[in-house]
Design a protein around this ligand. Structure first.
Ligand code: SAM
Length: 284
């Protein structure tokens, strides 16, 4: 297992096609076989599983996924890496290679959206958060995601209300998933080493969302507005999203829910946001 975690092998493969890696696309490849095993184990793969990998790179994870899962979709945007992947992996019958920008793909047209699916990926750093939210929205059948992200993002996803890194992203991801830190990865486990530390996370999709909302996308716009201007009070921030509602009405709802109208978004938890959202929607 893990031939592709050998730096000599990676250099040889890249050299064959004269590929120079670009930081812009987060091209850092895992060169630690133990961490690869930890990642695979965390995903708890079964022979019948359908799996999606975003950012297949040279195929380090892909190779293992093909061996262990029933069907694998692997997305890679870089033309040169895509061609290398196709040659090296030799397109086995349970692999669907997709050449494209994951942020522009409509995943529900590519993968049966209601079918159980696992995601396992060393994510490109610059798109990690919007990509996770996009996948959760477009693929309701998703059951779990094992991903590595920049440490700073992992801290944000896991932070409690009131802490500095708590924000709209924390609330949105925790609406969908229970998030667990698996292990921290130093720069040295990637080739070339990035400037930052990474963290492997497991996000398990909740069977039922902890709060009831009719339309998650609309709820998320509300969350974004609540956190948009951190220096403003919550009732002021929300007034700009709902111009038809008087700011005093929003303040009244907050008081009824036991909150001071001058409270700031970062002190409210998911449940508080859902109650406030329900109260405001009642006025529309
Ligand atoms: N899977 C490999 C591994 O585990 O070592 C490589 C992971 S590397 C961190 C991220 C990969 O994502 C790179 O190969 C990069 O070219 C690709 N990538 C970056 N942005 C992308 C995008 N928007 N859509 C699809 N792939 C992307």
């Amino acid at each position: 297992m893990g031939e592709l975690t050998k730096p000599t092998m990676i250099r040889e493969l890249l050299g064959r096609k004269n590929i120079k890696l670009t930081r812009r696309l987060g091209q850092h490849f895992l060169v630690d076989g133990n961490l690869l095993s930890i990642m695979i184990k965390a995903a708890d793969l079964r022979p019948e599983d359908m799996v999606l990998e975003v950012g297949a790179g040279i195929g380090t994870l892909t190779e293992e996924l093909i061996r262990l899962a029933g069907k694998v979709w692997a997305v890679e945007m870089d033309d040169r890496l895509f061609s290398l992947l196709r040659d090296y992996l030799d397109e086995p019958p349970n692999l669907i290679l997709i050449h494209g920008d994951a942020m522009k793909l409509n995943f529900s047209e590519i993968i049966p959206p209601e079918e159980p699916l696992k995601v396992i990926s060393n994510l490109p750093y610059n798109i990690a958060t919007p990509l996770l939210l996009k996948l959760l929205l477009e693929l309701p059948g998703l059951t779990s995601l094992v991903v590595t992200v920049q440490k700073e993002l992992a801290d944000r996803y896991l932070s409690p209300p009131g802490s500095k890194s708590y924000g709209a992203t924390t609330v949105k991801l925790n609406y969908y998933c229970e998030i667990r830190r698996i292990i921290q990865l130093p720069p040295s486990v990637f080739l070339p080493p990035p400037k930052i530390h990474s963290v492997m996370l497991k996000l398990e999709k909740r069977k039922e969302t902890p709060v009831r909302v009719d339309d998650p996308e609309e709820f998320f716009r509300f969350i974004d507005a609540a956190f948009a201007q951190r220096r403003k009070t919550l009732s002021n921030s929300l007034s700009s999203l709902y111009p038809s509602i008087n700011g005093k009405e929003i303040a009244r709802i907050m008081e009824e829910l036991g909150w001071n109208p001058s409270e700031r978004a970062e002190r409210l938890n998911l449940d508080d946001f859902a109650k406030l959202y329900g109260g405001i929607r009642g006025l529309l």
